[in-house]
Design a protein around this ligand. Structure first.
Ligand SMILES: [Zn+2]
Length: 387
């Protein structure tokens, strides 16, 4: 790979022919049409938060350098921004009147309203640009390893870079597009943000059963995302069909896995809804996020709910009472041992050798308090197996 350092290109040069797409929130072209600001492998413009983009402009106004910018020279002699897209978009918006910064008196200042010397300082600022030429694979490998200042690329952004092509473009249009009206619905079940590719990542994770890398590689040159989209929508429709209420605890669950495991099982949404509400209100259920899988699985695996266990002092008082009675009767203080015929029939266990058990199972409405607590030896408690 060959690199050339450019130090004579100014902010004004790059802003010639600057095109900004308001809808997608990204800078598209600049440098008189020679430069593509957001090639496919770049992330969306995420400086438009009124802080970082303003900070870029302030740096220029103060005469501070913006840091290294990387361009890739393409086969047709044009350029693509490899790193620096967000900085370029920030000053491009400022020079074209789409971004204002507050001055010392708190007044909004547009570029056109600046004093001539300040205008000159901003537009005349020279950038430090490395131009890289080489094979696509080399450049992408290198792109993967450069540590980008500011917001580092996350895993999915890197994959988008590595597998850039028609598939990624189409997939981003659907899943990384904040204008997509479905985003709000998806947000009920998926955590993260559109800009940082979290929805795309989730969609790929579901359809590929976790093998995102392999899936992207295989479909890289596909011209449509039909399978991805259909599978994703099937999962979303299934969730909203089974669970009619949207609860905040549903966000970010492993819906892909749950769909694969349970989508062939019939559920009554009315019953499901009642169960969800009951469990959400149950003070003994510590892991509310586990409620959904617990219900899908036929309410068998109480470990998913992390049921609140008995307090230490509850266990101690129950142990003391049981041991006193057992000693008087000459039987084991584990009621199940006491009923047996083995050597342990008269054994008095130590507190540390016993575990607390729900007399009436939690899953059948038994409470986690002293009235429903009995101490069993560890073997019997494990054998009883309920929570
Ligand atoms: Zn026992």
């Amino acid at each position: 790979m060959k690199t050339t350092l450019l130090t004579d290109v100014s902010v004004e040069d790059i802003c010639k022919g600057f095109v900004y797409n308001e809808l997608e929130g990204k800078g598209l072209f600049g440098w008189g049409g020679k430069l593509t600001i957001q090639p496919e492998y770049q992330r969306n413009y995420i400086y438009a938060d009124g802080k970082k983009d303003v900070a870029v402009v302030r740096s220029l106004m103060s005469g501070y350098p913006l840091g290294l910018i990387y361009f890739v020279k393409t086969a047709d002699g044009r350029y693509e921004v490899l790193d620096g897209q967000q900085r370029i978009t920030s000053f491009g918006r400022f020079l074209t009147g789409k971004l204002a910064v507050k001055d010392a008196n708190g007044m909004e200042q547009y570029y056109d309203g600046l004093a001539d010397d300040l205008k000159e300082k901003v537009s005349g600022a020279k950038l430090t640009i490395y131009v890289c030429e080489g094979e696509e694979s080399e450049i992408k490998e290198w792109f993967k390893t450069i540590n980008i200042a500011g917001v580092p690329l996350n895993e999915q952004e890197l994959l988008n870079a590595i597998y850039s092509g028609t598939f990624v473009s189409a997939a981003k249009e659907e899943f990384s597009n904040s204008q997509n009206a479905n985003v709000q619905k998806w947000s009920a079940y998926i955590s993260g943000s559109v800009n940082r590719q979290d929805f795309l990542r989730t969609a790929l994770d579901w359809v590929s059963k976790g093998n995102i890398d392999g899936y992207m590689s295989k479909h890289r040159f596909d011209t449509n995302i039909n399978e991805l989209k259909t599978y994703f929508n099937s999962v979303i429709d299934w969730i909203s069909g089974v669970f009619s209420d949207v609860e905040s605890e549903m966000r970010g669950l492993e819906w892909g896995r749950l769909y694969e495991t349970y989508h062939k099982t019939p559920y009554d949404p009315v019953e499901v809804s009642k169960k969800v509400q009951t469990l959400l209100a149950d003070p003994y259920v510590k892991n509310k996020k586990g409620i959904f899988e617990y219900i899908l699985g036929g309410e068998q695996d109480t470990r998913l709910l992390d049921i609140r266990i008995f307090e230490e002092n509850t266990k101690r008082s129950v142990y003391t009472m049981q041991t006193k009675t057992a000693t008087e009767l000459g039987v084991s203080n584990c009621p199940l041992c006491a009923m047996g015929h083995e050597a342990n029939r008269t054994r008095i266990w130590k507190l540390t050798e016993m575990d607390a058990d729900h007399v009436s199972a939690w899953s059948k409405g038994g409470a986690t308090d002293i009235t429903n607590c009995q101490m069993l030896c560890k073997t019997h408690n494990r054998a009883k197996g309920n929570k």
